[in-house]
Design a protein around this ligand. Structure first.
Ligand code: THU
Length: 126
């Protein structure tokens, strides 16, 4: 699947966002090594801390379905690039190798592509 299509899937996933507190709808589309796509959206909570980001929702859905090998993730939070938060970067690093790519919306309807290692150079490891 090309990255533009993956970003479209993330945009569609954002339509399910439950974000009554921030009003900020985010969708994520995780590309599995087998070519399938699993999506997630942010789901907020009145107590704030139980809220989950779209990226972690997608990873949790994939792991719950038995998948642990991922190629890329597209994140949609509107026309400007929605860089993943620090917690989501660390979550992605748990399952993703050095080649894993993060796809974001870019200027003029284009896309930005970053290696996860560029966004999180020194992941925490045990
Ligand atoms: N959010 C995400 O879903 N992903 C990110 O990478 C950044 C932030 C969500 C969390 C919260 O529901 C809303 O965006 C505002 O922070």
């Amino acid at each position: 699947m090309n990255y533009k299509t993956l970003l479209e899937r993330a945009k569609r996933a954002a339509e399910n966002s439950y974000s009554p507190y921030s009003g900020f709808k985010v969708g994520a589309a995780l590309l599995l090594e087998n070519g399938d796509v699993i999506t997630g959206c942010n789901a907020e909570n009145a107590a704030f801390s139980p809220s989950i980001c779209a990226e972690r929702a997608a990873v949790a859905a994939a792991v719950s379905a038995g998948y642990r090998h991922f190629k890329a993730i597209a994140i949609w939070g509107g026309k400007n690039p929605c860089y993943p938060c620090g917690v989501c970067r660390q979550t992605l690093a748990e399952f993703c190798g050095g080649d894993f790519e993060v796809i974001l919306s870019g200027a003029d309807g284009g896309i930005e592509i970053h290696k996860l290692t560029e966004l999180l150079p020194f992941e925490f490891k045990l």
